[in-house]
Design a protein around this ligand. Structure first.
Ligand code: ARG
Length: 651
């Protein structure tokens, strides 16, 4: 258990007689920002004093008198209106560091009461190439998987791929009409991807043509609304001031409407600027309906479509696998939508029987309090929906793995879907499992708009990986580490992939972030490259000093904390456990990157600038400092590993 968790436990015992269950008061026990106020600080006396109607200093004194921390801390100090400041005893720091030295897990014990987590992440729709949007789910999910597992929980990673949807209708249709047999025979996946792109372009073309007038009318409508709004707001300065936020929202909506018109125009232009495409488009005016028909036939068990699907799917999954191997991500299960197909009718029956679902305009839906529209589980034409399949998935996961928690690492735009899904699942009777949408924002280009290629298309994940590695190679080539060309390529792979992952993970997942190769590969600042270099530099000390660090570790050499800088580094190393605990509180890997950068790397830099290691004054001081370097390197390495990022020994 981390020092912080231990302290909170002690505070809980001290607070209970005063406050009952201390709950939120415990959140006010934290690591201090300023070492002058000790290592940890508890600010809970103030709110508690308000509740008890007593002077806060008295309450603080009361808490301290009940607090049993003498085995961990120096005697607590009370400051100001009732801050309780705690300083961890040096011998405690030292003994914990020694325990960490001897342990692969750096002294972090697996949790006492493990829980079972199912993580639903990555989940691309197969048959279309993975794109930039899939980075986030894959990388965030993978790192949560690693951290939870490391902490000792049972974790099931399940890749809920879309392997049953319209995209298969598209390639089936494409296969029947546009197949290049020779290409299919030699490069199956490429040909399927081409068919997907082609059919999708044609479908989008006709859709865009049909929708354009309406979209344009919407823009005009928004523009008029803005003008009317401005006229009203301009009537008085107060009105204008008050209108600020609403104006922004209106403006936003107008921009979105314009984007939609633009994207429709782009889709039309792609086809119209290409004589072959245009000819095909004209030959297949109802391609959208045809695609839906092929999909429906597949779902209904049509022999030919089923055979084609069975032929296509392994190739599509193998292609996905190649990308995952490159990204060093793996799953315990890949149970896609098709796995649940047979169960969907039963789900609808069950919900009807329980009186939870009912007919609405020929479809079947579940009506939920607080939601205007029902969650549809069967369409008029009998087809099942995304939600139906997600309900079957919940049922299966609970039967198969008995999870305490299911995490859905999915784009924030699916927020409403999950809200409704979880509500229905609870009505259905699944109340003991905690269902949580771990949502995330959008990857933006430098222009602040969703990241697109220069032509406005989606950026493929493979291309992103290639470019990151290419750029990393440029950096690695400049280094004077004396690597062979092959080693340089290996290191570039590690650096490029690390940069991509870290850039994603270091941002608060709920915000959007701007995709920028130069920034993510920068050697200064909060980047993987900086962390990987930090690791290499620490390890370089051992090489330079000809130190056999494994031998030193088991030699019985003592760590001494001879000055505040060493002590600060020691404390930071031990706070790794706290960082991991915070990551899983709200499933935010950026707490780990923040720890590595703001705490560990910073403390190490200060230490390195102030404390000679190889040239330390005495042999024992040299050994102690080398051991601190060792712990730093291992914490960096393990921390990055839990983010799914490798290190190189030299670069
Ligand atoms: N395949 C879906 C998509 O690409 C994401 C699936 C997320 N997981 C789930 N259980 N709904 O939008």
């Amino acid at each position: 258990m981390s020092i912080l968790a231990e302290l909170r436990r002690r505070f809980a015992d001290a607070l209970r007689p005063l406050a009952g269950e201390p709950g939120e008061l415990l959140d006010m026990v934290r690591a201090s920002q300023d070492p002058r106020f000790g290592d940890y600080q508890a600010n809970c006396a103030m709110p508690l004093a308000g509740r008890l109607k007593r002077p806060s200093k008295d309450v603080a004194a009361d808490i301290v008198s009940r607090l049993k921390v003498d085995d961990l801390c120096d005697p607590p100090a009370i400051a100001g209106p009732g801050f309780v400041n705690l300083r961890v005893r040096d011998d405690v720091l030292r003994s914990r560091l020694h325990a960490a030295l001897r342990d692969e897990r750096l002294g972090i014990q697996p949790i006492e009461r493990p829980r079972t987590f199912v993580i639903d992440y990555s989940a691309p729709n197969v048959a279309k190439p993975m794109h930039v949007g899939h980075i986030r789910s894959t990388v965030i999910g993978d790192s949560l998987y690693r951290v939870l597992k490391f902490l000792g929980h049972r974790v099931v990673g399940d890749n809920h791929v879309g392997d049953w949807g319209t995209q298969f209708g598209m390639i089936i249709f494409g296969y029947k009409r546009f197949l290049d047999r020779a290409a299919y025979e030699s490069q199956k996946v490429e040909e399927l991807a081409r068919l997907y792109r082609l059919v999708n372009q044609l479908v989008e073309y006709h859709e865009a043509k049909a929708n354009l007038p309406e979209l344009q009318a919407a823009v005009a409508g928004h523009e008029k609304a803005l003008r009317d709004f401005d006229a009203l707001a301009n009537q008085s300065p107060e009105a204008k001031k008050k209108a600020g936020k609403d104006r922004k929202r209106l403006g936003q909506r107008q921009l979105e409407a314009r984007d939609e018109v633009e994207s429709a125009r782009r889709r039309i232009a792609i086809v119209e600027n290409d004589a072959t495409l245009l000819k095909l488009a004209n030959e297949h005016p109802d391609i959208g309906r045809q695609v839906l028909r092929e999909t429906a036939k597949l779902h209904a068990g049509d022999a030919e479509n089923r055979r084609l699907w069975e032929e296509f799917l392994p190739a599509c999954l193998a292609e996905l696998d190649r990308v995952y191997r490159r990204m060093k991500v793996s799953f315990d299960h890949t149970l896609g939508e098709s796995f649940y197909h047979e169960r969907l009718a039963g789900v609808v029956e069950g919900l009807l029987k329980k009186g939870l679902a009912r007919e609405t305009d020929g479809a079947i839906g579940v009506f939920l309090e607080g939601h205007e529209t029902p969650m549809l589980i069967r369409k008029q034409d009998g087809a099942f929906l995304y939600a139906t399949s997600d309900l079957a998935t919940i049922q299966h996961r609970i039967d198969a793995w008995k999870p305490d928690v299911i995490l859905y690492v999915v784009d924030h735009r699916q927020g409403l879907h999950f809200e409704q899904l979880f509500a229905v699942a609870r009505l259905w009777g699944y109340r003991d499992v905690d269902l949580k949408h771990v949502s995330f924002g959008t990857v933006l280009g430098k222009d602040g708009r969703p990241f697109k290629t220069r032509e406005g298309g989606t950026v493929e994940l493979k291309a992103l990986l290639d470019e990151a590695v290419e750029k990393a190679l440029g950096i690695v080539k400049q280094s004077d580490a004396g690597l062979t060309e092959e080693e340089q390529r290996d290191v570039a792979g590690i650096v490029g992939l690390g940069a991509l992952k870290y850039a994603d993970l270091s941002h608060n997942r709920t915000s959007d972030y701007v995709f920028d190769y130069d920034k993510m590969l920068s050697m200064t600042g909060n980047t993987a490259t900086y962390m990987q270099y930090a690791y290499v530099r620490v390890r370089g000390i051992f090489r330079k000093g000809n130190v056999d660090i494994d031998a030193l570790r088991s030699s019985g050499a003592e760590i001494v904390l001879s000055n505040p800088v060493e002590r600060a580094l020691a404390l930071s190393i031990l706070q790794f456990a706290e960082a991991l605990e915070t990551v899983v509180e709200d499933f935010r890997p950026n707490y780990l990157t923040a720890y590595l950068f703001d705490s560990l790397a910073r403390c190490y830099t200060t230490f390195f600038e102030n404390c000679p290691v190889l040239q330390a004054e005495t042999e024992s001081l040299r050994a102690s400092r080398l051991l601190l370097c060792d712990l730093t390197a291992r914490t960096l390495k393990l921390g990055l590993e839990l983010l799914g990022i490798d290190v190189a020994e030299r670069m």
